[in-house]
Write a protein that binds this ligand. Structure first.
Ligand code: SF4
Ligand code: SF4
Length: 296
């Protein structure tokens, strides 16, 4: 069957990737501009971008005891309108996960009970990260912000930014590996890496290797930004629905869903599911044209 939405989505994702990483701006010789627009995506926290991640911006501002109003407002408005659609259409790391999936044809399903348990991990990660940042912001009010900041070390400016899988700088790491290998001091180089870089590399490895086995493993189970947007998933205007007159319950939609949404057990007319990223792979897979986007 011919996919209608996938090619469009891939083009949008590629353009987003290039814009968020400033590649498009450089190619068109445009200025990045002084006013960043935080988006609910996973973007490299170490690179200047007109579209930084909303979570990374939030924690960076909290670390200076500043209110992250614009970042939270963007997450709230976009979440209420579109749920996790930014995960499916805009996030560069989501794009990477999709590319891995298309390359490997990752199809492995996780047992429903394990899937349900693992899906909650990302909320725990989000809660821990925000608690740490908020506690630092509050500590300034009690007068021991400086000491607490020092104790947190590299986590102080943003715990997630410090260990984000997109922050490790694979290019610098590869350069370091080649340089150290050519001088025969690879072991020494590896042990000299900061712990946050090692965690970041470990997370990147999990996301890439896991993404080759299970579609969007990082987005399903580990991403704190995904968790933040999933909180809006149930109440967003954008949903997915099936037409009972056309649907013969063949389950092609469920089999195609990269987020393992249990489509057939959800309401017919319209459902909002926290894991749904509005990718429309289900719609592309349906032989009867029975499933698609619904707005309320
Ligand atoms: S879950 Fe995270 S990494 Fe995945 S698409 Fe959403 S923001 Fe990006
Ligand atoms: S339910 Fe459909 S739109 Fe939602 S994540 Fe699954 S395939 Fe994508």
């Amino acid at each position: 069957m011919k996919a209608k939405f996938r090619p469009v989505r891939l083009i949008v994702q590629a353009l987003s990737f290039a814009s968020i990483n400033a590649l498009l701006f450089r190619a068109l010789s445009l200025e990045i501009g002084p006013f960043p627009v935080p988006l609910p995506i996973l973007a490299n926290p170490g690179k200047p971008s007109i579209f930084p991640g909303a979570l990374e911006t939030t924690e960076a501002l909290l670390s200076k005891a500043e209110a992250p109003l614009a970042a939270l407002a963007m997450a709230f408005i976009l979440g209420a309108l579109l749920g996790r659609a930014f995960c499916g259409w805009v996030c560069p790391f989501g794009f990477l996960q999709d590319v891995l999936r298309f390359l490997s044809k990752a199809k492995r399903k996780i047992a429903p009970r394990d899937h349900s348990f693992l899906s909650k991990l990302k909320y725990l990660i989000l809660l821990s990260l925000l608690s740490l940042s908020a506690s630092l912001a509050l500590s300034y009010g009690f007068g021991w912000g400086g000491a607490y900041r020092a104790a947190l070390g590299p986590l102080a400016s943003g715990p997630f930014s410090a260990i984000s899988p997109v922050g490790a700088g694979p290019r610098e790491i590869l350069r370091g590996i080649f340089a150290a290998a050519s001088e025969g001091r690879l072991g020494e180089w590896a042990t000299s890496l900061p712990r946050t870089t090692l965690i970041s590399l470990a997370l990147l490895t999990i996301a890439v290797y896991g993404g080759l086995k299970v579609s969007r493993l990082w987005c399903r189970y580990l991403c704190p930004t995904g968790a933040l947007m999933a909180l809006f998933g149930r109440v967003s205007f954008l949903g997915i629905g099936r037409r009972p007159a056309r649907c013969d319950r063949c389950a092609s939609c469920e089999a195609a869903c990269p987020m393992q949404v249990p489509i057939l057990s959800l309401p017919w007319q319209r459902f909002n599911h926290p894991e749904c990223i509005a990718c429309l792979e289900c719609s592309d897979a349906c032989p009867n044209g029975a499933i698609g986007m619904r707005f309320s």
